[in-house]
Design a protein around this ligand. Sequence first.
Ligand SMILES: CC(C)(COP(=O)(O)OP(=O)(O)OC[C@H]1O[C@@H](n2cnc3c(N)ncnc32)[C@H](O)[C@@H]1OP(=O)(O)O)[C@@H](O)C(=O)NCCC(=O)NCCS
Length: 180
Amino acid sequence: MFAVTLADDAELRPLEPWQAAEFAAHAERVRADVIDYIPWARTVVDEATARLFLRDYAEKQARDEGRVYGIWVNGVLEGGTVFRVFDAPRGVCEVGVWLDAGARGRGLVTTAVRHMIDWAFGVRGMARVEWICDPRNTASAAVAKRLGMTCEGVLRDAYVLGGERRDEQVWAVLAGEWAA
Ligand SMILES: CC(C)(COP(=O)(O)OP(=O)(O)OC[C@H]1O[C@@H](n2cnc3c(N)ncnc32)[C@H](O)[C@@H]1OP(=O)(O)O)[C@@H](O)C(=O)NCCC(=O)NCCS
């Protein structure tokens, strides 16, 4: 019902528990393309687990601690964005993204995240928006750079994904930088 236009054929909209079947089908289509970097690609394996994931975000949203949005291209769910972390008292949030391989290379994610950052700073008064990626994930780092974020460094062996200990590259933009 509420949508942000990203391109003539693409929209950003809230992604909610009632869309679990659609999200499960999308997860099936994109799994191979995102599994190296997206943790839910290993846990969302059917409609029930898709509903759990979306419920978890709905509960986070109710607590004002996170949000999830979908990107629809020609009416088909092709990707999404999250406020994985949304810490209003501290003024810090973290954005995450993914796209079906067929929807990449058009700036859809950059445009979507620009809207999210505008809202985080302009409406919610955040001080800092973070972007955290694997240093090997050059496509992800390119989005952070395109958004004008600064690479602040690498946390070594910071988490485990797929049984492998991974580094985290931390990017961020501050409210004053975004306004400028
Ligand atoms: C990260 C990911 C979403 C980036 O996708 P993407 O399509 O490169 O990102 P965008 O939608 O912002 O598009 C940028 C591309 O579109 C191009 N583009 C075209 N029009 C554009 C516009 N109006 N604005 C910005 N970029 C535009 C850019 O040049 C860029 O292409 P290039 O990399 O060939 O130079 C994608 O690689 C992905 O889903 N990866 C797997 C999951 C993942 O790693 N997620 C991040 C975890 S940290």
